[in-house]
Design a protein around this ligand. Sequence first.
Ligand code: F6R
Length: 243
Amino acid sequence: MKIIETKDYADMSRKAANIIAAQIITKPECVLGLATGSSPIGTYDNLVAMYENGDLDFSEITTVNLDEYKGLTRDNDQSYYYFMHEHLFDRVNIDSERTNVPNGMEADAEKECKRYEEFIKSLGGVDLQLLGLGHNGHIGFNEPAPVFEKETHCVNLTESTIEANKRFFASADDVPRQAYTMGIGTIMRAKKILLVASGEDKADIVAKAFFGEVTPDVPASILQMHPDVTVVADAAALSKIPR
Ligand code: F6R
């Protein structure tokens, strides 16, 4: 695992965007795994700026998002479909036919999870997977659990995740209770992983996930076993790692 320390969120975002840009430049037809949340927004802004400067071409890439709330329509401004269009897809020359987010409106969870998992396999896997890190160590919506869930599946969100996400909804009652997410196996099969983390509130979980025991209680800890992980995190998020 490579850890790149940055000054702050802006610096983290620039460096993460540069790593993704290098992937797109070296393999224009690559498959990118994408994340939502506050951590990657600056990364997406930097990628958009590179596109606007004529330095980056998204026309051949395919994207697969990590997760989506179950039951939110695409035009709901809290859906991850909406988020991705707002922060990246509608701002660059990506082929929208090649952008993929789990279908939160498919009521049959088993059918949608199987479809998404098989679809990712049919692409030949993910070249570079971008991740954020939840305060409880979740990646995607893989919450702390007795075992690592391998494949794309439907999860019941934990109280701490509902609590963390309620800032985006009118109230905690409006936060969906379930989501579709790539599994830990799906994520671990990505050829390269790039995780971004920023802020003091992530310091405890960064130390625990990357320097603690590998356990499904801290889902991100499994990344210690992946051969090509880069963590780009600011000084505040890295303030509790052992030196
Ligand atoms: C989002 C996702 C989540 C977030 C995590 C961190 O697609 O999969 O695991 O990455 O909740 O969220 P932020 O970046 O808002 O702290």
